[in-house]
Design a protein around this ligand. Sequence first.
Ligand SMILES: *[C@@H]1O[C@H](CO)[C@@H](O)[C@H](O)[C@H]1NC(C)=O
Length: 351
Amino acid sequence: MMSAVALVCIWVCGLFSQPGSAVGSSRPRLAGKLVTENFAGLQFEEAYTSLFGDENVKVAEDGKTVMLSLDKRTGSGLLSQDMYLYGLFSASMKLPDDYTAGVVAAFYTSNGDMFPGTHDELDFEFLGNIRGKEWRIQTNVYGNGSTAYGREERYTLWFDPTEDFHQYTILWTEKSTVFFVDDVPIREIPRTDAMGAHYPGKPMSVYATVWDGSDWATKGGRYRVNYKYSPFVVTLANLILEGCAVDPLEQFPAVSCSADTTSSASLSKLAELSEDQKALMEWFRGKYISYSYCDDAVRYPSNPSDCPPRDPHKKIATAHVKFGHHQRHHKKNRKSRRSSSSSAASATVSL
Ligand SMILES: *[C@@H]1O[C@H](CO)[C@@H](O)[C@H](O)[C@H]1NC(C)=O
């Protein structure tokens, strides 16, 4: 483990200290456009509301930093006040350290409460680990209720997400969706004809949660949450919600966004990756992917239509994959919205 971490550090330091690359040693920066830099972090009160575990949702004095905790009593979660049809959703997050097996944190968009059978979802999920092993993150995409067809990818990171804040961003546009970590694009999902309604296309809310995923999160449930180490605190800051807020009860009419920056066209432009961004994404994907649905011949015997042809020699952890349904948030009655919990199929890879 030590040597792997050391190697990564050496590699990153080597790459990013080369002349001409405008990046620091531990936090890669892009030379060109940064997707989050032009947006201001919001006050919690103007952007979000508590979703569940109210007693475990703490807003700091600055009004912008929020602590979500999981303890023996409950996990906790946030929900955006508005629903959006496309947007840039971002949060700077610091994850709990030490022993976090079974702990799951998530930053995601969903409309499971409005469209239970045909819901859309875009996820960042953070999976805790036993002491000395790093958190893993995964991204996932669901469209039109196709939970049977999750498009999971799982990664390790080039930094320790418990040591400092890092910015996690979901950029969802009409033409493509891009996931970013510290403005490094890590995954791009172009909207293709083949995807059809599997590309998320209905208004979604934004969520952040921390909860007990004992049954599946760490080695398929072998390591459960140990509350001796609680509370497990996830801290969020620099909350960015830039998009076209819509009333989901209207039949999503053509929305006119008040600000230019949040218009569909501006967002789509932001999602057009430059050559620099593409190169950085390739770097990340070449190094840090530990699981991809595209390579999972056990789960998807025939190659999914949005995947490149399979390389039979590629070594990817697909053995011992275990699927479980998990509840990531609890019911909460809110205005006209119907409350429900969304569940999603999740793959747990034993390595
Ligand atoms: C979405 O799923 C529903 C239920 O399975 C289906 O009836 C509908 O045709 C789908 N929508 C599209 C646009 O494919």
